[in-house]
Ligand binder design. Structure first.
Ligand SMILES: *Cc1c(COP(=O)(O)O)cnc(C)c1O
Length: 473
């Protein structure tokens, strides 16, 4: 194994360069790596992750970022612009997610929000708020939340960090959505919130949010709707007449909702919005240390210093696209998703899981669907692998809406199915890596996950030692 990627072309740096390297040289290096890596998704073969894919938009946001990248928005006296931009990003998101349809005469309807660093950040702050609020208002010391199995691992991570128990409930294997009665049965006196996804990451399906809202109201618990993925797309889908059930803040019983600006908000990585129907819930996780010798300290969330650049770029993304921009992007994405899904449905060997939206997942009852993945990889497709059961998903993004991509999908998928039929007796290469292990997680699979992390994080240990000692040089 080579110590670091690109070590065949660029020098490996283990210590700070003695004198600074020429800027142009560095920018050339970065440009070479970036353009090579962009080529992997620009043709439209990559599921999710590159939601916008428009280099003009990226350049525009880079300019916006550059105006404020050096600014710490924790210090508001120095950047009133941050208060303006943050308020506007939150207000625009709240409006999009139905906050304006709430009855203002109800005292608990005081919709507010906060800007976080991503989906995990929004989910983490929501879980923390539920914990703190339930401790203050219900005296709950050992809280739990009810999580449909399909809800994102960010919930498990947040609960791990904040000492909240996760009570996992299964979803219906056919619809891939959660049964509200199953959720209701799992609630106990220490439950602070239940969870629904709109839509979930694995299958692109929407949990029955209205019914979950009724459960939340009856049992006096919160309901977080995870719209990290769908929050900036599903509202436009509904406007376009897509068959999407109600899911937002206007649904009775919903108390918080997350929506990632860094996904279908088309902003840079590093921002998400967490919306609260009731201000008191958000404020419960504010942090204050007023008697610190270093000065009076307060922060609205977990982060301390935050970049004004990301805020400015997010604001610029939303303002420059506007309602029409998002709607037109959504129109193309939903249309492309429908076309690409139809290609899957043409093959009797494949089965779409549930009733998906812009992201669809499929499995096969006749062969290991990872055979299809093995073949598609050779044609430049990068789908997301799932397990229990083995399945593949494709989150349709703007790069797939380019002319010719859906047609290429249709052809490549047909060839991939033929390949899978032919090789059905063999073990697919990619299932060993991404597929499920019968009977659940084994020691071997656990080992593999640890190896992947080491591959990513520990490569500096393989780097050659510095040429000469720097001390006293
Ligand atoms: C991406 C995603 C998250 C987590 O968001 P990050 O931005 O990766 O932290 C949570 N929920 C869903 C449904 C997602 O797609």
């Amino acid at each position: 194994m080579s110590p670091l990627p690109y070590d065949d072309r660029f020098p490996i740096n283990r210590v700070l360069p003695e004198t600074g390297v020429d800027r142009a040289l560095l920018l050339d290096q970065l440009a070479a790596m970036a353009s090579e890596e962009d080529a992997a998704w620009e043709a439209g073969g990559c599921s999710g992750t590159m939601y916008c894919g428009d280099h003009d938009h990226y350049e525009f946001m880079t300019e916006a970022f550059g105006r404020f990248g050096h600014v710490n928005i924790l210090q508001r006296d120095m950047c009133p612009s941050a208060t303006k931009m943050e308020s506007e990003v939150i207000a625009m998101t709240l409006e999009l997610l139905g906050a304006n349809r709430l009855d203002p005469s109800e005292s608990s309807n005081q919709p507010v929000g906060m800007l976080t660093t991503g989906g995990s950040g929004s989910i983490g702050h929501a879980m923390l708020a539920y914990r703190e609020h339930a401790r203050a208002t219900r005296g709950i010391e050992r809280p739990n939340v009810i999580k449909p199995e399909t809800a994102h691992p960010a919930f498990d991570k947040a609960c791990h960090l904040y000492g909240i128990e996760v009570k996992k409930v299964p979803v219906d294997p056919i619809t891939t959505t959660v049964d509200p009665d199953v959720v209701a049965a799992a609630i106990d006196e220490r439950t602070v919130a239940i969870i629904g996804s709109a839509c979930n990451y694995g299958y692109g399906t929407v949990d029955p949010i209205e019914a979950l809202g009724q459960v939340a109201i009856e049992r006096g618990v919160g309901l977080h709707v995870d719209g990290c993925l769908g929050g900036f797309l599903l509202p436009f889908g509904r406007e376009l007449g897509e068959p999407i059930p109600p899911f937002d803040l206007s649904v009775p019983g919903v108390t918080t909702m997350s929506a990632d600006t860094h996904k279908y908000g088309y902003a840079f990585k590093g921002t998400s919005v967490l919306c609260f129907k009731d201000k008191a819930l958000r404020n419960s996780q504010y942090f204050y240390l007023t008697d610190w010798s270093g000065g009076k300290y307060c922060s609205p969330g977990i982060e301390g210093s935050r970049s004004g650049g990301l805020l400015a770029a997010t604001w610029a993304s939303m303002m420059s696209l506007g309602h029409t921009g998002y709607l037109e992007y959504a129109r193309a994405i939903f249309a492309t998703a429908r076309t690409m899904r139809a290609s899957v449905e043409r093959h009797p060997q494949l089965r779409i899981m549930g009733s998906p939206t812009f992201l669809f997942s499929f499995t096969s009852d006749e062969f290991d669907v990872y055979h299809v993945n093995d073949f598609l990889r050779l044609r430049g497709w990068r789908l997301n692998g799932q397990q229990y059961p083995n399945a593949l998903h494709l989150a349709v993004t703007r790069p797939q809406t380019q002319p010719g991509v859906a047609e290429r999908w249709d052809t490549d998928l047909a060839d991939a199915v033929a390949y899978a039929v032919e090789h059905a007796d063999e073990t697919p290469q990619s299932s060993a890596v991404y597929g499920g292990v019968a009977g659940g997680m084994t020691g071997e699979a656990d080992e593999f996950i640890r190896m992947m992390m080491a591959e990513m994080m520990d490569r500096q240990q393989d780097m050659p030692a510095p040429a000469s000692p720097q001390q006293g040089a």
